[in-house]
Design a protein around this ligand. Structure first.
Ligand code: G1P
Length: 325
């Protein structure tokens, strides 16, 4: 089986980080978002994939080939941002007749895919959400998906499409995408995967929904930090370092060098980071960043950044009240 991982999104809400690296290479809970995704699919026994890259795609290729030398990846470039359907359409030449798993590159999932991948029908991951209007929405009857609508103004159900699609019949998907693009059928200005899947249903493909509870968004600084926290709560990895207090949950890379600091809770420290004389909580310190003398919370420090704080000298009398903003 092959995975298709579209990662071409620009991650505008994560600027300035995404000026320097593609969104999928941002660190969360100790490794890039894409690392979490590839670990998940390798864990399911899928060892080959098509990665649809966009801006700074060379960095994605470098990361995947170095971190996952045994993962057989084909790369396809999406130069124009014409939508998710367009991204999958570009990858069609890498598809055979075997089933595929499409997994969106900007989201981390915690769900057991084994029963889904063993299933005899196509299956779409869904989750009940309060406001489904910014997602694809699934309508179901008798255990099947009867209709898929992209970002409807008046959703018929609260079942949001999470971005995990198991497709038994990639040939039919390719044909539907061909028709979508050839007929210039766009929704909200883009070629939508949701529309191609709806065409598959209309042409007789059986699709069932599967519930995905562990759906972690990484689209904004706030959600990146809450995803960091949620993943650390599941897999906190700490070691004892002299002169350093680590409050779990936390992750400190084995190659990070820490001295005289308090780290955590909910903090991950990437490879080769150097932190001294600092107190850091609810934060992500990425690879090879240098942080000295800083008090940080709810912060994201990018790869190779240098941050140096300062200690203040004060001489305060009794009954004073001071706020440092
Ligand atoms: C895409 C899909 C949408 C799905 C969503 C999940 O939308 O088009 O159907 O619900 O991912 O994150 P996007 O977030 O790219 O606008």
């Amino acid at each position: 089986m092959r995975a298709i991982i579209p990662v071409a999104g620009v991650g505008s809400r994560l600027r300035p980080h995404t000026y320097a690296i593609p969104k999928v290479l941002l660190n969360v809970a100790g490794k890039p978002i894409l690392g979490h995704i590839i670990d998940k699919i390798i864990g399911e026994g899928i060892l080959e994939g098509t990665i649809v890259v966009g801006l700074m795609g060379d960095k994605v290729i470098e990361y995947v080939s170095q971190a996952y030398p045994n993962f057989r990846a084909d790369y396809v470039e999406q130069e124009e941002r014409l939508g998710l359907g367009h991204a999958i359409h570009l990858s069609r030449k890498t598809l055979g007749t075997e089933p595929i798993l499409i997994i969106l590159g900007d989201t981390i999932f915690d769900v057991d895919l084994t029963p889904v991948l063993k299933g005899t029908t196509s299956a779409i991951g869904v989750k009940a959400v309060e406001d489904p209007r910014r997602f694809g929405v699934a309508e179901t009857a008798g255990g099947r998906i009867t209709k898929l609508v992209e970002k409807p103004e008046k959703p018929a159900t609260n079942l949001a499409v999470v971005g995990l699609y198991f497709i038994r019949n990639p040939n039919l998907l390719s044909r539907c995408l061909d028709d979508l693009v050839a007929g210039d059928r766009r929704t909200k200005g883009e070629y939508q995967l949701t529309d191609a899947l709806q065409m598959m249903i209309e042409r007789g493909e059986t699709m069932v929904p599967f519930m995905v509870e562990g759906w972690y968004d990484c689209g904004s600084p706030e959600t990146l930090l809450s995803t960091n926290q949620a993943l650390l709560e599941k897999h906190s990895t700490v070691r004892s370092i002299p002169g350093v207090i680590i409050n779990e949950p936390a992750y400190v890379a084995p190659t990070a060098v820490l001295s005289n600091c308090i780290i955590g809770p909910n903090t991950s420290v990437g490879d080769g980071a150097e932190i001294s004389d600092s107190v850091i909580r609810n934060s992500i310190i990425s690879g090879h960043a240098k942080v000295h003398g800083a008090l940080l919370e709810n912060s994201i420090v990018g790869n190779d950044s240098v941050l140096s704080g300062s200690y203040r000298r004060i001489n305060v009398g009794g009954a004073s009240e001071i706020d440092f903003f």
